[in-house]
Design a protein around this ligand. Structure first.
Ligand code: NAD
Length: 440
């Protein structure tokens, strides 16, 4: 099938490359000429494990190409995926300007039947807005061309995106006409060879499903974070509590880790947008308001622990920081707790040397020429001369560091661990003053 993907970010590029990998002809469009240049030169503009190989393989096979030409893109694919960003607006609602611009471009140039698929995470009712935008553009040029609008939210996880796309748990397709559903079934056939994974439903239910999934996961995290803070005060250990409840199949193991707050491009903005949708339709979503507030507070927790240990005035103090990305295996720092922690440390007069295996370029882009922030090429180099080590992202390479070397390198052997990577008893034995989240 011929497929156009609009937007070559984490979702668009992964979707485009994986759809090409099963034999489709895919054209990826982006308005950012820099991204398209990198792709045309054989690179990829993001860090995503395994993605470069899939992209290269399909470019070489002639099934995957890139463009900034909106007309060419609209005329290419029968199926037109919209996978552009939907960042939060000032009021927390999803900003639809990029989605609607993409829809208008399709309407402006399409020359035959098109299935326009919203893959971006969009509020309930966006399908109607996309339909109206395309209809308006077709009207302007007096063209009577049929099209369908489909909601096909994406559930991939950054860091495991290729695998998630290739082996999805479920494929949600919201559509109001059979022709579109049939084409989507054909397109996704190769991804559900073992058993049917495609769940067809109406557009609005599909749109809401995506928000429901992210809001549920965010809720689990905030719930565990609140319990961790309580456990710490009561002298209980959240790790033991986690094991005690995760073994109940009704609860399960996933998303039960306490930490220094969730970040990333999805949970914070999607919870906000759902709260906003609720408010606009007369439903104050009390639970999700609390989930968000709890997370905002949790992002400050490590700072509060640092202040409790070193005092409010941190001038003259220097911190080593491991992990900038919002989670391991990605360079994405959107809404990452590291950003809050670094800024709060600066505000109190401290300086920071950070190490992250892949997100340091992104941090340089965000923090610019900030003289209070330096970067280390190795984890141990970030610790040198620091008053304490702060761990923000649970990269695998931080799991078993040389603790003796850390003790010798730090000015004082203090670790603030925002991801509960180490055993407090072991830390005590080694002589490290260890501050975890909700640990005994
Ligand atoms: P992103 O910011 O990485 O990529 C979006 C891309 O769209 C950018 O490259 C931008 O230049 C391009 N773009 C913007 N307007 C355009 C236009 N009119 N025409 C062509 N290109 C345009 O975003 P992302 O992380 O891939 O997320 C995209 C959507 O998918 C969002 O709605 C997000 O909530 C959702 N989503 C993201 C993830 C994730 O893990 N990142 C997972 C599931 C769903």
């Amino acid at each position: 099938m011929k497929v156009t993907v609009v937007g070559t970010g984490y979702v668009g590029l992964v979707s485009g490359a994986c759809l090409a990998d099963v034999g489709n002809d895919v054209l990826c469009l982006d308005v950012d000429p820099n991204k398209i240049r990198i792709l045309e030169e054989g690179g990829i503009p993001i860090h995503e494990p395994g993605l470069l190989d899939v992209v290269r393989r399909n470019v070489e096979a002639g099934r995957l190409s890139f463009t900034t030409d909106v007309e060419k893109a609209a005329r290419f694919g029968t199926i037109q995926f919209i996978a552009v960003g939907t960042p939060p607006d000032e009021d927390g609602s999803a900003d639809l300007q990029y989605v609607l611009a993409a829809a208008r471009n399709i309407g402006r140039y399409m020359d035959d039947y098109r299935v326009v698929v919203d893959k971006s995470t969009v509020p309930v009712g966006t399908g109607d807005k996309v339909r109206a935008a395309i209809t308006e553009e077709l009207g302007k040029r007096k063209a009577a061309i049929e099209f369908s609008v489909v909601s096909n939210p994406e559930f991939l996880k950054e860091g495991a995106a290729v695998d998630d796309f290739m082996r999805p748990d479920r494929i949600i397709v919201g559509a109001d006409d059979e022709r579109a559903i049939d084409l989507m079934r054909q397109l996704y056939g190769p991804f559900q060879r073992n058993h049917e994974k495609l769940l067809a439903m109406d557009v609005k239910s599909a749109e809401l499903t995506k928000y429901a999934a992210n809001a549920m996961l965010a809720t689990r995290i905030s719930f565990m974070n609140e319990l961790a803070n309580l456990a710490e005060t009561l002298g209980a250990d959240i790790e033991l509590v986690r094991q005690g409840i995760g073994s109940d199949p009704r609860i399960g193991w996933h998303f039960l880790y306490a930490g220094c707050g969730y970040g990333g491009s999805c949970f914070p903005k999607d919870v906000k947008a759902l709260v906003r949708t609720g408010r606009e339709s007369g439903h104050d979503l009390l639970l999700l308001n609390a989930v968000e507030a709890a997370n905002d507070a949790q992002k400050m927790l490590l700072v509060r622990k640092i202040v409790a240990r070193f005092g409010e005035d941190l001038s003259g103090l220097h911190f080593g920081l491991w992990g900038l990305a919002f989670k391991p295996n990605t360079d994405d720092m959107r809404d990452a707790p590291s950003r809050v922690i670094i800024r709060e440390l600066f505000e109190r007069g401290a300086t920071v040397t950070a190490y992250d295996p892949v997100a340091m370029d992104e941090a340089k882009r965000i923090f610019g020429d900030e003289p209070r922030l330096r970067y280390a090429q190795r984890p141990m180099a970030a610790v040198e001369g620091a008053d304490a080590l702060v761990i923000v992202t649970e990269w695998k390479e931080f799991r078993s560091p040389d603790f003796d070397a850390i003790c010798q390198t730090l000015k004082s052997a203090v670790i603030f661990d925002g991801r509960n990577m180490y055993d407090p008893a072991v830390m005590r034995r080694i002589g490290i003053e260890y501050h975890g989240i909700g640990r005994r």
